[in-house]
Design a protein around this ligand. Structure first.
Ligand code: PHE
Length: 437
């Protein structure tokens, strides 16, 4: 394929929407969201997170959609198209961030896949801690990570319509059903009340804690797949008459909704056995040790529910991983003239190798996640807001096609100009401090 070949497009609006929601909804909604909520004051975090999603995340999401659709190129090409050479370097950073995030994201996804299959075939092992040790260390951890990468590569090789869109159309509805079903099931548990209370009761002191703000902003960016060009890349396969403000609102609400409903399942489950003390221990503990402990002790029902829970996670992880890989692949296809097959296979293999340190060390994985989520994505979002808010010539003309009647575009641009950069700059300084303290 060369640069002049007609660009592939989504077959349908719902295909694009489900793919974008698929990118947003992933491990972030269940793994990251639940431990951050537990660590940062329950409902106080939730409220702050919702506020940031709407006031900071949503404007940046719309900005990414606008740039991608208008330029019909991946992030490097899109930023070069609108901003010239200097801004194109931001696109390079995005592609680099794609490599970085997918390298460890795929490691966790590999564990998730193994948990789902183990639960299905043998049930949850009684000693959850020991099982996690054996899953998350050594060659086994590498092998499942590589396996997961292979699946992602196969889908991205299939192309936008036949690979990514088809996968999202089949898997995302399944994920919604599973998450809602799990939350309904959780209402029947003994610990449900205590779980809800912990989840939904606000520790008001947390609202003024800058650490909580920082965690909420990092999480909003990570969860919405913002600040690294994934949404830009997906929008680059759109026709020109899509109502982008509506699309971005749907994606933001769906992403928050799934995280919220997943919390309604996770917290009662954790409290069902009174295992809440375990949760804060490590960032992966809640999902990979505490919950499996709960499932193991719940007998047959636990095995079924646990299997479905991990299947939902695998589905979310996969539809997010393919969007990360697509950023990198789209850049190589349009920038280097590579074929999609070649780009997906070679770059996917490079990412598999880059993930090995994370597969072998939880500390490395945790560090990279902080670095990517709280620093790179936030920095990327800050630069995008500055670009569309101040530098880009006429963003209003670019957002309008397909959304002519919308009156609040002025507000959108104002948010990108002033409040969004201020919040993100504060968060970025905080995050850098926290990283090196
Ligand atoms: N949004 C995904 C999640 O919540 C992760 C992701 C981040 C995907 C950045 C793409 C880009 O799991």
């Amino acid at each position: 394929m060369n640069q002049d070949a007609p660009r592939e497009e989504w077959a349908s609006r719902s295909g694009f929407l489900l793919a974008a929601v698929g990118s947003a909804v992933g491990l972030g909604n269940m793994w990251r969201f639940s431990y951050l909520t537990a660590e940062n004051g329950g409902a106080a975090f939730l409220v702050l997170y919702l506020g940031i999603t709407l006031l900071v995340g949503l404007p940046v999401l719309l900005a990414e959609f606008v740039l991608g659709r208008g330029a019909r190129r991946g992030p490097i090409g899109a930023l070069a198209h609108y901003g010239g050479r200097g801004w194109a370097s931001l696109g390079w950073l995005f592609v680099g961030t794609g490599f970085l995030i997918l390298s460890y994201y795929s490691v966790i996804s590999g564990w998730t896949l193994r948990y789902a299959l183990t639960a299905l075939v043998r049930g949850f092992p009684a000693d959850a801690g020991a099982f996690f040790e054996s899953v998350a260390t050594g060659p086994a951890s590498i092998a499942w990570h590589v396996g997961f990468m292979a699946i992602s590569i196969a889908i991205v090789r299939g192309g936008v319509k036949r690979g990514i869109e088809r996968t999202a159309l089949v898997l995302m509805p399944l994920l919604f059903v599973l998450v809602v079903g799990l939350a309904l099931y959780a209402t029947t548990l003994d610990g449900a009340r205590a779980g809800y209370r912990f989840y939904l009761e606000a520790d008001l002191g947390a609202l003024t804690d800058p650490k909580v703000l920082q965690a909420a902003a990092g999480q909003a960016f990570f969860s919405l797949s913002l600040g690294m060009g994934a949404m830009m890349t997906y929008a680059s396969y759109l026709g020109q008459n899509e109502h982008l403000p509506n699309e971005s609102l749907v994606v933001a609400i769906a992403d928050f909704g799934v995280a919220f409903v997943a919390g309604l399942a996770v917290f009662p489950l954790i409290f069902a056995l009174g295992l809440q003390a375990d949760v804060g221990e490590s960032t992966v503990g809640a999902l990979f040790i505490t919950l499996p402990k709960t499932f193991a002790s719940m007998g047959g029902a636990g095995r079924l529910v646990g299997t479905l829970f991990f299947v939902a996670l695998v589905v979310g992880a996969l539809t997010s991983a393919i969007s990360l890989l697509e950023v990198v692949v789209a850049a190589a296809v349009s920038g280097l003239g590579w074929s999609r097959h070649r780009a997906a296979t070679l770059l996917g293999a490079v990412i598999a190798v880059l993930g090995i340190p994370s597969a072998l060390s939880l500390d490395t994985l945790g560090f990279l996640d902080q670095l990517a989520g709280n620093v790179f994505l936030v920095f990327g979002g800050l630069m995008l807001a500055l670009f569309v808010g101040w530098a880009m010539r006429d963003p209003m003309a670019e957002v309008r096609p397909g959304a002519e009647g919308v009156a609040w575009f002025g507000l959108w641009r104002w948010l990108l100009r002033i409040p969004v950069p201020i919040v993100l700059a504060v968060v970025l300084v905080q995050s850098l401090r926290a990283l090196f303290e």
